[in-house]
Design a protein around this ligand. Structure first.
Ligand SMILES: [Fe+2]
Length: 232
């Protein structure tokens, strides 16, 4: 940040919406500290460094970059995909969890989960199984298709890709990179996925479900945690 010229802007690491220890015992404070303050911070720093020599992209949000990779110069495209994706996904992930989680969805989202998965228990089972089966590093999502009458789907992405890149709106997300759980759960990813339900924020998921349409995209870009760019 100190090398910035006046008027230049950079992507910013959003603050956690709770303390590092707030999700204990399900997610330990040490993991949260490394995950947010080191891993997420490094994606932001790498994104800024990658974009430094491309002034025409300086005013673009991380989400815009991710959804417009064809407009990003080829020599930096992979780095932008990885780091903008890491930045966007982690920004969503912190807000997909809460120390005051209700344990289950309510309202229209609960109805849609029953409709598309049979029951909430069936949904949880499928989500946990699918996350456990994901090979390598990636993310597991509850997403809403833009086609097929907006049906809900369980969906995985590799690396730091985001469902919006393939026309699906993220409703709920869990990070299944090893850095998300390895200190506490070691190699037991399925234990982590099971325990994670205790902190899944269904109020946030319901809010995303109720705004999951084309018109919401711009609003999402404007949310704190996704713009992540500040002039100085
Ligand atoms: Fe992560």
């Amino acid at each position: 940040m100190d090398n910035l010229e006046p008027g230049q802007s950079q992507h910013l690491l959003p603050a956690l919406p709770y303390s590092h220890a707030a999700l204990e015992p399900h997610i330990d404070a040490r993991t949260m500290t490394l995950h947010h303050d080191q891993h997420h911070a490094s994606y932001v720093a790498n994104l800024n460094a990658t974009l430094e020599s491309i002034p025409e992209l300086h005013e673009r949000t991380a989400l815009w970059l991710l959804l417009n990779l064809s407009k990003v110069p080829e020599k930096i495209r992979t780095a932008v995909r990885n780091n903008a994706g890491g930045h966007v996904n982690h920004s969503l992930f912190w807000r997909a969890m809460s120390p005051a989680a209700s344990g289950a969805p309510a309202g229209p989202l609960a109805d849609a989960i029953d409709r598309d998965f049979g029951s909430f228990e069936q949904f949880k089972y499928q989500f946990t199984e699918t996350g456990g089966a994901l090979f390598g590093s990636g993310w597991i999502w509850l997403a809403r298709s833009q086609q097929d009458s907006g049906r809900l789907q369980i969906y995985t992405t590799s690396g730091h890709d985001n469902p919006l890149m393939q026309g699906r709106f993220p409703i709920l997300v869990n990070d299944v990179w090893e850095h998300a759980y390895y200190l506490k759960y070691e190699n037991r990813r399925s234990d982590y996925l099971q325990d994670w339900w205790a902190v899944a924020d269904w109020e946030e998921a319901a809010r995303r479900f109720e705004t999951s349409d084309q018109f919401a995209l711009q609003e999402w870009e404007g949310e704190g945690g996704l713009v992540l760019r500040a002039s100085r």
